[in-house]
Design a protein around this ligand. Sequence first.
Ligand SMILES: [Mn+2]
Length: 378
Amino acid sequence: MLTVRETAELLTGSDYDNILILTHIRPDGDTIGCAAALCAGLRRLGKHAYMLSNPGLTEHMKPYCELYELPEDYPPERIISAGNAEENPEANPETPEESPEENPDEIILDENPDENPEADLESGEEWIFKPGKKIKIISVDIATENLFPKNAEMYKGRVDLAIDHHPSFEEFGKNNIVRPDAAACGELLYDILCAMGRITPEIALPLYVAIATDCGCFAYNNTTAHTHSVASALMRTGIDYQTVNKIFFRTKSRIRMQLEAAMLQDAIFCDQNRIVILSVPLSLTRGMNATESDLEELSSLGGQIEGVDCAVTMRELEPDVWKFSLRTGKRINATEACKLLGGGGHAAAAGCTIRGASYEEARARMLRAIVRVSDAQI
Ligand SMILES: [Mn+2]
């Protein structure tokens, strides 16, 4: 396992001139924010850093990473074979020597132009990766390779550096660094990026998104004094954190509001009103034309009801395929219940998927699992 300093040394070293960053399936603010911030920090050092586009990216997240996404048509076999000059069709030793006029898409170094070895690259394809050098693969906020999005499957077993904060982190990288007590992977990234140089507003803004979203705007139990002190340092760079807070924590679409109203209308309470079951059948999401953005984080709704210590949210992904999310207090262990149905997670937040079951069947199976792991009476 690497330390922060060793990770920063690795990233600033000449082995890491070409970098591709992976984010997890159904990406959240933490994974996207970390990837964007790392890209910004690496490009500032003159490195060729990109994020692999994520098919599940929601509208809210797009503005923070569109500068950094690798073009979707970039052939993955070039990434895997890069580093072998003969095999690398991008290798072009005749790149013109003189510095080009500023490429508008290019992040230019603000302090040390001499340290930018890529100043001689013209715009166009050559800009993407430095010819003849291996492309290093980095993952951020990903606990296991099972959470790679579809388009990242081919990078399984090929990650050079994995950076994470989940207790269940599987150390699948050639190099790994994890900080399980961090509320967000962004907190760890902040320390790494500090060791690499100055934190610019371009780095700070996506990092703020990463940290604020993973701790529910500093309200979840995972929030620590360190979380606040990192946020404070980021805010001092002059970023517009007010807009981030408004968009992510104080704004809901009309469809989302109506969806929540419908869920609460049909809520089922049991076990002396300590368990609530909220459901999102396909008929509801289709009827409302809800997008993935409208459906984000629905699992936090039930737990806000006074007296509830076990909130069950069941969403129908396909006909008779139900994805369950449990949010529980101390009395009921969410992982234990979900494990009985083939899922898992944390003690207070876990999930599982039940296939081939009607709404009533799926609900009954979940309630039976909860009864088996607790004193709940149903
Ligand atoms: Mn995270």
